[in-house]
Design a protein around this ligand. Sequence first.
Ligand SMILES: *Cc1c(COP(=O)(O)O)cnc(C)c1O
Length: 460
Amino acid sequence: MAHIKLVTEVPGPVSRAMAARHERFVPRGLSLGFPAFIREAEGAMLTDVDGNRFIDLAGGVGVLNVGHSDAAVIEAAREQLGRFVHTDYTVAPYGIYAEVAERLVSLVPGAEKAAFFNAGAEAVENAIKMARAYTGRKAVISFEGGFHGRTWMALSLTSKTEPYKKGFLPLASEVYRIPYASPYRPPVVPREGQSFGEACAELLDKAFAQYVAAGDVAALILEPILGEGGFVVPPEDYLPALKARCEEHGIVFIADEVQTGFGRTGKMFAVEHSGVEPDLVTMAKSIAAGMPLSAVVGRAEVMDAPDPGALGGTYPGNPVALASAAAVLDRFEDGELLRRSREIGDRIKERFTALAERVDLIGDVRGLGAMIAVEFVGDRETKEPAKAEASKVIELAAGRGVLVLSAGVYGNCIRFLSPLVVTDEQLDEALDVLEGCVLEVADGRSTPRTADATALANPT
Ligand SMILES: *Cc1c(COP(=O)(O)O)cnc(C)c1O
């Protein structure tokens, strides 16, 4: 049975009216990537205000790993909503805060304490504060292709200029950026007998020699798999090699798991694939199935460095969001969603690897668990990014009932962040649509647009 149902053109008349109001009253900095306005969502399905049904492979940017409108999550939030919504935890505390803290600590390798905030960016800001307080040092190392959010420190750590940084200078000082170990676009060639991961980790040594002394560095922050940067999976020995250097120099190792966390890569957290125990882990997105919540989880020594009263906010760990988070953790308990994450990833990978045999436009298919991206290139030799083509595929797919997102420093990747509760039939239907869109865009590129070609294509 078809899950996609299009009863109007996309966008339909009600969506168009809403878009007109958006344009009139909302700044253009908040540009909309999808033409339809949503009325309801369930599992991996979205229904718009005109009654069209879409398959959601974006999950609100990786926020809905347990699916839209999960009954247990909604019930937990509703129950808390009925009792109280807000006190400010540090003003009048409640039990669920430390309860969820305890549960997260038990899930993160090496962790002992947890603190809650609202957005991923705020978790990143606080992790840097903790690292600075702990080390008494100032500098931070981040990575090319990294994304850590849009607030000032987080934005300083983020590596993409457009649209994130352009026009917003000056940013925080003492941030130093090194290349990430990208197998598809390698920043270095290993010496004979050296692994690629080790060669990339040496770029950190180079930074210590040329940009900033290791003894001045408070923290190194990296995504175990680049999210916004295009789902780049580094070689297995990369994280351990970086961690060893951090230990040697007394640098706080922060894993930003905002996008990779909560089952996205087939394990609860992506660092589990590497065996590395980070000093701090930042998390948000799928932590509470859409309620605004983020966390810093890690070693007590580092997290306790800021003095009493030095951390907080008006909304640090909202009780309704924490109730949702507890229900989300329940959903992961039996391991079924993690298993499903790997299955979804295999299915997407298989489909696009096969498609890549037929279509030159696909340069790379990569990822871990359900965190899969497809990179489009104009030429497989030069790997020239094909951003326009990736955008066209996304636009066509939206009109045919599938929501997917772009990614990558060059915006030339399509990334899959579907809810892990997507069914095989829904996924296959969405992949059929996407395959059709890719073939159409690839065809459009290879067909010479001349009068002759038109005549050949339309014999009369
Ligand atoms: C989305 C994201 C952030 C920022 O989270 P917000 O909730 O948007 O502030 C930080 N780090 C990573 C890896 C992300 O994917």
